[in-house]
Design a protein around this ligand. Structure first.
Ligand code: NAD
Length: 444
């Protein structure tokens, strides 16, 4: 497999790919090794995961360089991601024991009712490239802590990072048959779907996620899907500091070059503050420094969304085209006079292209925010928290942001609704997701 640098389209490295038979063999080895890993004490599993986190910190410069070179985000954003991944690991280390320990929940006469949690077994983690450390950690860390073996398929656009993660995991003491990287593209993912795994945990597009869920449905094993978003943000007419809001919204739109599932992709602004908002928002977008777009084919996709909007009456206020370069660069773009007949307002963009729409009132904003197949996050800006909560609470999204956007906390569930996903990562729900409960009725 050829690994290309999206900033130059030059070859970084060639790496060997897995094959159908190597994947099958690795699965058999994980299955054989799994019981001994599950039989270890949780303390010993937590010990190696702590070590892994320390190794991430120790090697952060090298890891960040590799991540930036293969997926194009600015180096500082790669460092931030690695730092964020360690914080999430700390959450799992500090909270897993509490949630996974055997729990005497009730006594009925002479019968003790006790709840315990078993690992699922050998699970697949088919992952995405945009935040490979963060979205990986959400799955494989709680899965390993709970006693599962993990067949980890990083995205073909984050292969070096996937290999780095595996190397450090093994150096930390996780057995090589318990955390197993599988290198390749969709064809290697497909092989996993045909094997008798005990769970499938996927991060990626709605199209692939739906396909995977349908393909493995007959196995009746847990399936977790973290999918795309078309995340809306509404600026009401009573924000405290509109300049500051405009800056925060621009960052929510353009961090990671808009290649985040929770990037703000559509902005609705109350007509009373629209002009003032745009005065501050446009320069923020213009001056934002973005990296390269990861997938070269995505440049044409962004172009086609803009063409679709313009052909239906949208106006390009800033940007609007590819940047002439050997690498995959696209101008940060703001479109106005947009409506929901345009793909840019309803289909995931996953790049630095934002539609901004003027709205009359809160009711119109709520209606438009809900007018989409995705339901990952929704954000409302207002100094009146009750009003903002009332608005955001009517939007069908797993995460509601009040006076903030584009953030993820390990303490809260990450659970997309509608086409944004199925199941939960993070929080105590994202710890329990990698287990199956056992109900004990103990007499005597
Ligand atoms: P993708 O669906 O193209 O690929 C994801 C993974 O699936 C890759 O590892 C790929 O090799 C594998 N794959 C592709 N086809 C497969 C098949 N037929 N069988 C098995 N595996 C297959 O997605 P992507 O481009 O890597 O990621 C971008 C998408 O991920 C965006 O839609 C984004 O919003 C979403 N995402 C969601 C979250 C979240 O937490 N909700 C986080 C990050 C990214």
């Amino acid at each position: 497999m050829k690994i290309l640098n999206p900033a130059t389209n030059k070859l970084i490295k060639e790496v060997g790919e897995d094959t159908k038979s190597s994947v099958t063999e690795k699965f058999e080895m994980a299955k054989a090794a799994h019981k001994s890993w599950a039989a270890q004490t949780m303390e010993s599993r937590l010990f190696v995961i702590t070590k892994f986190s320390e190794l991430l910190a120790k090697n952060s410069e090298i890891l960040a360089n590799d991540l930036t070179s293969e997926m194009g985000k600015p180096l500082q954003e790669s460092l931030n991601e690695i730092n964020g991944a360690q914080k999430r690991i700390t959450f799992f280390i500090e909270n897993s024991k509490k949630w996974l320990s055997e729990n005497h929940v009730h006594t009925d006469g002479n019968t003790k009712e006790v709840l315990s949690f078993d690992p699922l077994g050998v699970i697949a983690n088919i992952s995405a490239w945009n935040y490979p450390f963060l979205v990986g950690v959400n799955v494989f860390i709680p899965a390993l802590i709970a006693g599962n073996a993990v067949l980890y398929k990083p995205s073909e656009f984050a292969t070096l990072t996937g290999l780095n993660i595996a190397k450090l995991m093994h150096e930390a003491g996780v057995p090589t048959n318990i955390f197993v990287p599988l290198i390749g593209d969709s064809r290697i993912g497909e092989v996993l779907l045909d094997l008798p795994l005990d769970g499938y945990f996927f991060t990626g597009s709605f199209k692939t996620g739906k396909y995977i869920a349908e393909k493995v449905a007959h196995k009746l094993v847990p399936v977790g899907l973290e999918l795309g978003g078309k995340d809306p943000l509404y600026v009401t007419d009573d924000v405290n500091d509109i300049k500051q809001v405009a800056g925060a919204v621009a960052e929510g739109c353009l961090y990671n070059n808009g290649q985040s599932c929770c990037a703000v992709e559509r902005v609705y602004v109350n007509e009373k503050v629209y002009d003032e908002f745009m005065t501050y928002f446009l320069p923020e977008i213009k001056n934002f420094s973005t990296g390269a777009i990861t997938r070269p084919t995505h440049l044409d996709f962004l172009d086609s969304q803009i063409q679709d909007a313009v052909s239906k009456g949208a106006k390009v206020l800033i940007g609007g085209k590819k940047i002439k370069s050997d690498g995959n660069y696209f101008e940060p773009t703001v479109l106005v006079d947009v409506n929901h007949n345009m793909k840019v307002m309803t289909e995931e963009t996953f790049g630095p292209v934002i539609g901004v729409m003027k709205v009359k009132n809160d009711e119109e904003a709520i209606k438009l925010m809900n007018d989409c197949e995705y339901g990952l996050t929704a954000s409302v800006y207002s100094k009146n928290i009750d009003r903002a909560k009332k608005i955001a609470g009517q939007v069908d999204a797993g995460t509601a942001y009040i006076n903030c956007c584009d953030r993820v906390s390990p303490y809260l569930p990450w659970a997309g609704r509608k086409n944004s996903g199925l199941g939960t990562t993070l929080s105590y729900l994202g710890i329990l997701a990698f287990t199956k409960p056992r109900a004990w009725h103990i007499r005597g």
